[in-house]
Design a protein around this ligand. Structure first.
Ligand code: COA
Length: 335
């Protein structure tokens, strides 16, 4: 652990992984009463990927995404000091990040999970940047990965059409301030609306004459779609504006809006409120649906692969979702 004061943060590499198995809207209409037309019109989603098969978990996708990010820059996993896994669907409630550490052989890395639903990647990136800024760690692997297909009630048409599985990884490294890419961030939580989107614990009395205990398991995802929609469209533009204003950056200077891939209508409404052209929105939710903590890093990785992002581009990243938690990071890309 080195102490380097007030370092900048540089994005060294990205990687992503989605399951091979896909489920399109016509196939979903064989499971619940819905239609391709209804889903596309209300959400923009055409298909999603699902992790199928026994004993497959979020760890499998996260490992694949991490290895791709490492491979792109030929980095040895032993260089990683910290792994943060943003997930709300771990395969072990004690944490899944340590399994990733072992599987990718990042033997020098500390590893922990961070749970903040669809805002998990934004919160993890900010957390990582604080460790880098303080000089505590030099190289951090941040992964956003979720397999919400395991927590969906597949008879509930209002939620099962929305979500898909996936993982995205990003390798961040400390750098001199002049090369810093994370210009600023703005984070928020309002727990009084947590009931609008939740995956709650369900208690049952533990049948023992002496122990007065309640034990249980988790229910399915439950959502008030209209309220979540209103929350995202009203609060996310405020967060973005606060963050841009604090950096003296105008909305006209924004090159890309990289928002959590929840619903195309939400993305467009946020862009419209900010008077940012729709062709600056990065969208891939038509292929994957809402992959929760994975959506931003997957979209980022694809945008880089497609050479969309140029040197000095200003990228606004915003996550929003259960908690309710939402937040923004402003990046200046340096290739
Ligand atoms: N197929 C067909 N009909 C459906 C349906 C489906 N998959 N899901 C709901 N409906 C029906 C409803 O039952 C309702 O019927 P009714 O008028 O007879 O009662 C009607 O469609 C309208 O439902 P409503 O919930 O008002 O639709 P909506 O316009 O709000 O769209 C969402 C629903 C879920 C697409 C929308 O609210 C949304 O995207 N919210 C944000 C969700 C989100 O992004 N969550 C994750 C954030 S991280």
């Amino acid at each position: 652990m080195k102490s380097l004061m007030m370092q900048g943060t540089r994005i060294l590499s990205t990687g992503s992984a989605v399951p091979n198995s896909s489920l399109n809207n016509s196939q979903i209409s064989e499971i619940v009463e819905t239609s391709d037309e209804w889903i596309v019109t209300r959400t923009g989603i055409e298909e999603r990927r699902l992790l199928t098969g026994m004993n497959k978990s979020v760890v499998d996708l996260a490992v694949l995404a991490a290895l791709k990010a490492l491979d792109k820059i030929s980095m040895s996993p032993s260089e990683i000091d910290l792994i943060i896994l943003a997930t709300s669907s771990p395969n072990d409630l004690f944490g899944s990040a340590s399994q990733i550490q072992s599987k990718i052989k990042a033997l020098n890395a500390v590893a922990f999970d961070l749970t903040a639903a669809c805002s998990g990647f934004v919160l993890s990136m900010v957390t990582a940047s604080q460790f880098l800024k303080s000089g505590t760690y030099r190289t951090i692997l941040v992964i956003g990965a979720d397999v919400l297909s395991k927590w969906i009630d597949w008879s509930d048409r209002s939620t099962c059409i929305l979500f898909g599985d996936g993982a995205g990884a990003m390798i961040l490294q400390s750098c001199p301030q002049k090369d810093n890419q994370i210009l600023g961030f703005q984070l928020n939580t309002d727990g009084s609306y947590s009931n609008h989107l939740s995956l709650l614990y369900k208690e049952q009395v533990y049948p023992h004459p002496v122990l007065n205990l309640y034990q249980g398991s988790f229910k399915y995802i439950s959502m008030n779609g209209k309220e979540v929609y209103k929350f995202a469209v009203s609060q996310v533009p405020i967060s973005i504006l606060k963050c841009l204003n604090s950096l003296n950056i105008s909305t006209h200077d924004v090159n890309w809006l990289l928002l959590h891939q929840a619903n195309e209508r939400i993305l467009k409404a946020i862009a419209d409120k900010l008077c940012i052209s729709n062709n600056k929105i990065i969208v891939n939710l038509n292929k994957y649906g809402n992959t929760s903590a994975a959506s931003i890093p997957i979209a980022f990785d694809e945008a880089l692969t497609e050479n969309k992002i140029s040197n000095n581009d200003i990228i606004v990243i915003s996550g929003f979702g259960a908690g309710l938690t939402w937040g923004t990071i402003i990046i200046k890309w340096k290739s």
